[in-house]
Structures are given as C-alpha cells and as structure tokens.
Design a protein around this ligand. Sequence first.
Ligand code: SF4
Ligand code: SF4
Length: 497
Amino acid sequence: MDIRAQISMVFHLDKCIGCHTCSVACKNIWTDRKGAEYMWWNNVETKPGTGYPTKWEDQDIYKGGWEKNGNTVSLKGAGKLKGLKNIFHNPNMPVLDDYYHPWRYKYEDLFTAPEGDDQPIGRAVSMITGEPMEIKAGPNWDDDLGGSPEYARKDTNFKSLSPAEQEAMFQLEKMTMMYLPRICNHCLNPACVASCPSGALYKRGEDGIVLINQERCRAWRMCVTACPYKKTYYNWNNGKSEKCILCYPRLESGQAPACMHSCVGRIRYLGVMLYDADRIEAVASCNEDVLVETHLDIYLDPNDPKVIAEAQRNGIADSTITAAQNSPVYKFVKEWGIALPLHPEYRTIPNLFYVPPMLPGMAQVDSSGVYESSAKSLFPSIDQNRLPMKYLASLFSAGDTDIVRTVYDKLMAVKVHRRDCTVGDLPKDEVKDLMTVAQIDKDTANAIYRLTSLATFEERFVIPPAHREESIEMLEATADFKGETGFGFKERPARGL
Ligand code: SF4
Ligand code: SF4
C-alpha cells in the first residue's frame, strides 16, 4: 500500500444556480491577461449542450483520455511517441473557434466619435488582432439552452438515448436543463501529465494538485489533446500551456480556491481524500462495468487504524489525516455514496465528484397539460425525473443507470424524511418504504440534509494547515517525472500537507 493525500471537491448540482460567479472570480485572478483571454479555467455549462470548448466530450473528435489495453491503458490521441508524429499537424487539438474568439467592445468610440447623423456604436473588436469582428460564438453561447436545438441536440451524451427519447426531451413543455460547473479534476491518472514530451506537467506529491512547470513547457500542446476534459489551455502570447492550479497559493495560506470562496449557491465542498497509489493502474484499466465502483474503492477509510499507520509510515502529517477524517468529500463520496465522478470512462481517475440534480422537482407534463405523477402523495417518483436516467448515467457513471438510480433513491429518501420531520403530511408507509429502498437510516438522512443545506463554511472547507517548506521540497522532488504510462508519479515521496 502506498498511501497519498489528495485534495478533492464535491459539487452539489441541485444547488448550482448557473450564476457564473465562480468563473468570473477565477478569470479575474488567473486569466485576465494577454494570451489567456479565451481561457476559463472554471466554466459552468448548461446541459444538455455542447459545452466549452464545443463538443469537448466527443473523444471521436478530440481523442482525449486513455483507452484500455489489456491490464494497462494507453493514451488515446497523444503521448510522447504518438505526439511526436503529430508535432507539426495535430488534428485532434481544439482550435480557437472551438472555444470562441475573444472580443471586447470599443466603448471609447461612444465618446470620441465626431458629430454626425447617426448614433455612434461600440463595435466588437478582436482581443487578439484588435480588428473589428463579427461575433459568432461566446464562452457560454448555449447558456440556459440558448441556441437550442442547434447546440443541445449535439450533446454527445444523447448517444445513449433512442431517437424517440431524445425527441421527447425537445418538446417545448418537457424541455429541461441543469448546470455543470467544471474545473481541472486534478486526476490520479492525469493524461495531461503522461502526454507531455518535456515533462513539464506534474502532480504535487503532498496534495495531488496537477501543475505545469512554466520553465519546462515547450509548447508541444500534447496536454491540450490528452486532457479529455479540455482543462489545459495554450497561451498564444507567451507560448506556454496553462491550467487550473486549484488556487494553491490560496490553499497554502488557508483560503478556499476563488471559485469555491465566491460560490453563491454554496454548492462546493473541499476536503482531503487518502488513496492507495499502488492501485492506480488497476483502477484505470479495470473493466467498463465496474469503473465507478473500482474508482471509488481506491479511496481509503481515514478512520481505519491500518490506513492511519500506513499513511504515517508514508510521511503523511497527522494534520492531513485528521483533515481526511473530517472531509466533507469523503462523506458525500464514500460514506453516503451520493456523489459521482464526471465521465469515469476517460480513465483519468478524476477527483471532482458531482451530486446529480433532482431538480426540476416537478414531473413531466402530460399531453393534456397536467403534471404526470405516480407518487402516492406529494413528490413524483424518480422515474419521472425530467432529465432521463440514461442521460445522467452517460455523464456520471459510464452509462450504468443502476448507479445513478441508487444515488437518486438516497436523495429521494432524504427529501421525504425531512418533509416527514418538518411538515409530517406524507403517508408513514411511503416514507418508510423509500428509506428502506435507499438503505439509509434517519441519522444518515439528517446528516446528508445538514451538510447539504445548513453546513457552515468550516464544514464545507476542510484542509489541514499547509507547510510551505514541504511544498518546495516536493516541487524539487517531483520535477523528474518520466512516465509514458502516467503512473510514473508513484515513485515520488509522499508528504502530508
Ligand atoms: Fe490533467 Fe485531469 Fe486536469 Fe485534464 S482534468 S488537465 S487530465 S489533471
Ligand atoms: Fe454554480 Fe456556484 Fe458557480 Fe454560481 S458560483 S454558477 S452557484 S458553482
């Protein structure tokens, strides 16, 4: 066993209001610079939709992530050898138009235009060339289903739905949507790290944050192709790749990342997970039908005395172990099993998890305009969720609808239990049945409710105090990454935060 510590995040999607405050907070701090205008290290996209960059989930186009090769995995479209063949022509890389061409408005013309018969206007000008331009797309062009059906219909997650099921989603009275905030997943098997011919990308030993050494980056851009989530970006101005750094300077001084700190819906939870690095290759190459379960198994119980002893032997600080024991992420992901990884089939072993949305709460409208509901009392059943189970399974469980259903059973049980506690108007047998199906007791339901709805910042953000000197040592120790397979960082010494 080789125990490491990883900073992870949970996004509770029922709480996201799509306000983009997180994206703007991140942009103001990190990407408000020349060459980075088009970058949104944090973005929030509307689903169904094609996202940012357009169709990022379609790996037939971008060839990101890993593919299973027997008992191991190999990079789909990048990698040092495959990448070298494509140095001068990389057809799998998104181009600027796939993100959007950044622009600003020439507001100064409103004040400096000479007197004339017409009102002056502030024309759109390219932030790259400075020339006037026609706006064809923006970073959230399909926000709130804007542009549908042009964009929403091209969502690759519809592949799992029959044409009739897809059509049903686009009937005006049945249309629905959800928000999906995305940052780098700081993966345990990062395709970006493995693809870099210069060894510029690395995973910090002490907290698992994936970073790019700007000195080493030689602009190969293999990481841009390799990351299936399209969360590394190329800065055309300085010729270096860049990505989300999980606001590590803020973390090191005990502050939450800007996206989390500013989150209006308080949907984000940040904490430490302990995992067994010896199992990364086995998890990444496991069979498709056990992807989620095997992925979640890599995270260890921080209260288990054997795990604690092994973690201490590996140099993980006691403060990190304590933080892992109080981790809200561990509760959502492991204890309660209600948060799932985004696209586990990319096999990068992502460390961000999502509580899938139950909203909109109402059931579908039938042909006579009446809400369909087979519930005995107030709430519609989970089968009447307006986002089809298959669609959610395509996002969060590699297509396994049973996994999503299990999560929904639990969320529904919490809902009816709390209604029973506060209003008490539901039939007792219905409440009992739903709790039995979900296999959760009242204490667990109350704990889920509390962390979801009432948690203080201190309960949502649990990290140990950072030791800056250890970070610097780890940076030096990890600068020699050499793994073509992506498992090379196993050789690095582990440290507590
Ligand atoms: Fe690398 Fe994973 Fe982040 Fe993509 S999401 S940049 S593969 S660590
Ligand atoms: Fe959602 Fe929070 Fe971002 Fe608003 S700030 S879009 S609620 S994740």
